[in-house]
Design a protein around this ligand. Structure first.
Ligand code: MRU
Length: 345
């Protein structure tokens, strides 16, 4: 797989996911502002990938600070952190990464500014490497839940492109495939941005994992006719009670899975669990430009002046989630108690 994001000298480059699968183009970030823009316009997307990008963006931002003292540096760094956190509101990994970078600065009061800048760059590289290692662990844990020959439904893209590499939901599918389980995947196309059609099918085809794309509204009918054995998705934020924010459409998939007695799994790193958010209704849901719904490229597909709304995520109550797959193990209900226990491990 092409790397989602990487350092290239003193710059950060990301593969421009708006152009995939047609073209592999690189979006080069010279400063933290380029990273914020890249996250906002979805050059890079997917909760863990956004976290890695934010960490690298903070390191880039640190490099641009001209300050002779720790106090001056810290003040400027905090301002960049406040701005970075606003790039996208739902994926908590962004906040998690910015806070981790900020905590590092807090521990370095007796170091030179040059040393702090170098440490921040190293930390961002570690966040990337850790993310890939975590996904592999999650894959190992999660693949045990996948029967041989299973047909798996997934929604959005929770693959290599949505993370530092390997993927969360697709990491579980990849691990099952690597274990020789001969799985096949049904990918929801995932309107309006088509992450399933454009990115998930692209990744799985590269790995030679059989994949078939369906219109989002075909999922229920396929479940009812027993063409799907289980569902696995990623998450943008998991509340302390097990409610899951993920790409719009996930909720209806989860409800349909329960109705049809199909297991619904969520694969996410511990950094996606937000212990400060007690339940799903407190998770901020990003509202994106309505043109993503009404328009195809620059053409309005509806009548002139048509109204549209575009919530980018929805909340699936924990009662619909069969289990949450993490790098620290599989979490099952009662989520409030079990999440707390697992996060502490
Ligand atoms: O709007 P996006 O493409 O950033 O939304 C991504 C998702 O909802 C993913 O399913 C989620 O981030 C999990 S990615 C490992």
């Amino acid at each position: 797989m092409i790397p989602t994001i990487e350092w290239k000298g003193n710059q950060v480059r990301m593969v421009d996911q708006r152009k995939l699968p047609g073209r592999i183009a690189w979006y080069v970030c010279r400063d933290y502002g380029d990273v914020i823009k890249g996250i906002e316009i979805m050059v890079i997307r997917g909760a863990p990938a956004i976290g890695v990008a934010a960490a690298m963006g903070m390191a880039l931002g640190a490099n641009s600070i001209k300050a002779g003292t720790y106090g001056a540096f810290r003040g400027r760094f905090r301002k960049i952190a406040d701005r970075m956190i606003t790039a996208r509101p739902t994926a908590v990994n962004l906040k998690w990464a910015v806070e981790r970078m900020s905590r590092l600065v807090e521990t370095m009061a007796d170091h030179s500014v040059a040393e702090i800048k170098a440490a921040l760059r190293k930390e961002s590289e570690e966040i990337l490497a850790e993310d890939i290692a975590i996904n592999r662990k999650m894959g190992k844990n999660g693949q045990k839940l996948i029967p041989k020959g299973a047909t798996i439904l997934t929604h959005c893209n929770a693959g290599s492109l949505a993370t530092g590499g390997y993927g969360t939901a697709l990491g579980v599918i990849r691990a099952a495939h690597e274990a020789g389980k001969k799985v096949q995947v049904i990918a929801d196309e995932t309107r309006p941005w088509l992450q399933g059609l454009r990115l998930t099918s692209f990744e799985l085809m590269q790995d030679k994992i059989p994949v078939t794309v369906i219109a989002d509204n075909a999922a229920g009918s396929l479940m009812r006719s027993k063409k799907i054995d289980l569902v696995v998705t990623g998450a943008d934020r998991i509340a302390a009670n097990g409610d899951v924010a993920n790409k719009i459409g996930t909720y209806q998939v989860a409800v349909l899975a329960k109705e049809n007695k199909i297991p619904f799994y969520v694969a996410a790193p511990i950094s996606t669990i937000d212990m400060d958010t007690p339940s799903g209704e407190l998770i901020p849901v990003e509202q994106r430009n309505a043109r993503e719904v009404s328009h195809w490229e620059s053409r309005n597909m509806g009548p002139k002046g048509v109204q549209a709304i575009n919530p980018a995520f929805d909340i699936t109550p924990g009662r619909y989630v069969t289990a949450i797959i993490t790098e620290k193990g599989i979490i099952r209900s009662p989520y409030k108690r079990e999440i707390k226990k697992t996060v502490k491990k």
